[in-house]
Design a binder for this molecule. Sequence first.
Ligand code: TXA
Ligand code: MG
Length: 319
Amino acid sequence: MAETGQDLKKAASLLNEGEVVAIPTETVYGLAGNAFSEKTIRKIFEVKKRPLTDPLIVHVSNIKAIEPLVDNFPDLARKLFEAFSPGPITILLPKSVKIPDIVTNSSPYVAVRIPNHPLTRQLLESIDFPLVAPSANPFGALSPSTAEHVQKGIGNKIPYILDGGPCQVGLESTIIQIVNETEIRILRPGGISEEKLMVFAEISQLETMDKQVVPGSMFSHYAPQKPLLLDALTEVLKQYSPNQIGLLAFGLKSILIPIENQFMLSESGNLEEAAQNLFQGLHYLDSISVEVIVAANIPENGLGKAINDRLKRAAAKRI
Ligand code: TXA
Ligand code: MG
């Protein structure tokens, strides 16, 4: 089992030695390592059992720290970082030679973000290299939004988890591409909604071919162990008894299944709150003695879009 605590010095010295450390961010926990060390990066891929073809996001503490990592820093990217950072936005930028090819799977673009968590910000300021950090879960499994989730998923393979409490946003960062000075493309919906981005740029639609650009958008992903079905309670009740069903509820609980088998994302229908609770709810329902998980319908506006994206991928596994 990994040691867990808030010891920033310990986390920094492990990272300096080329070790991997789980770190808290506002979105989900990341499995961090020195972005300049190929050996460390290989360790990250091994721990997660992640294919080398799936590139990693580079995390830095401020906008200035991005400059040496990129060959070109378009004004629009700078504006977006100024508006939303530190926070859940990741932007693809032309990489400089400082970024090893293994980080990007040899793509000329590197994904960069400035995470918003006080512990991780302090950690980044105390070391002299950026951190690559994919979500700290086994590849394809549910993302971790608490230190306990990390412990359960990969705790036996890493030396230390920096415990920063439950993640406040709860959904991974929104990943965007800069199309030109006025236009962006969303590669992965996430913690910054389309509505917020629209204030700064036109949003062009993702073409089907481009979907392969982001392997995190592979269809089955973020998946619990148990089958997950979307908005299908009536159907599922024909095949399972109520105590075999776990419900990821939104707004209202159901009178049809036991209350202890239900996890409420947001009683008041608040999408930020639902996002924050999403992975916690899926981890919980995956751990209790039910056989199938049903997710309630979530509206498709604001963060609802990213929540539905994760739910669809989580559900794709068994269909
Ligand atoms: O909120 C987040 O972004 C979290 C926290 C830990 O920062 N990180 C995260 O990393 O979600 P990960 O590796 O689980 O998902 C990152 C996604 C992957 O699907 C990857 O394919 C894509 O970003 N990505 C990373 N670098 C890329 C690049 N150079 N080009 C295209 N896609 C890239
Ligand atoms: Mg991930």
